[in-house]
Design a protein around this ligand. Structure first.
Ligand SMILES: [Zn+2]
Length: 168
């Protein structure tokens, strides 16, 4: 059982890396955020201008940032992490932990209604994507590998999808 768990944890990390490699290449329409009925609506051009290239690629085209590149991965100050797309408060620094995966990780969100979970079968993997409930921006994935305690959940989030509000 322990061996299986270890393999699963490994897969979680590797999955992100291989998906990063794939997403750096050609992007099909299937990778784009489905507009649906999100509260915050912008045209593709508006998103691009507001976010810049890298955040646009991750948030709106469901890309993955390279591991260990986000300043937030090693940030341990008290504060609140917000969606870079719309400013909605998503994660508290109190639930952030070091998963060693190379991406900012949290064991729960501030409020489950602010994070929408979507089954993601892309790249031959069975994962659960997490997006901002207000703008639909791609944040990352949530894994149930037991790494994040006490919930057992690991929200593996692209730092470029986030902003940080330091606790005053
Ligand atoms: Zn948002």
């Amino acid at each position: 059982m322990i061996a299986i768990l270890a393999v699963l944890i490994q897969l979680g990390c590797q999955a992100k890396e291989s998906s990063s490699a794939l997403n750096n290449g050609a992007l099909g329409d299937t990778n784009k955020v489905k507009s649906m009925s999100y509260q915050v609506q912008k045209t593709e051009e508006e998103w691009k201008n507001a976010l810049g290239d890298e955040a646009f690629r991750v948030l709106r085209l469901k890309g993955t940032e390279r591991p260990f590149t986000s300043e937030y991965e090693t940030l341990w100050e008290a504060g609140t992490y917000v969606c870079k797309g719309c400013g909605q408060e998503l994660f508290s620094s109190e639930t952030k932990f070091d998963a060693g995966c190379g991406w900012p990780s949290f064991y729960k969100g501030i409020d489950s209604s602010r994070i929408k979970e979507i089954p993601d079968l892309s790249h031959g993997m069975n994962r659960v994507e997490v997006v901002c409930s207000a703008c639909g921006g791609h944040l990352g994935h949530v894994f149930t590998d037991g790494y994040g305690q006490p919930t057992g959940l690991r929200y593996c989030i692209n730092g470029v999808s986030l902003g940080f509000k330091k606790k005053p």
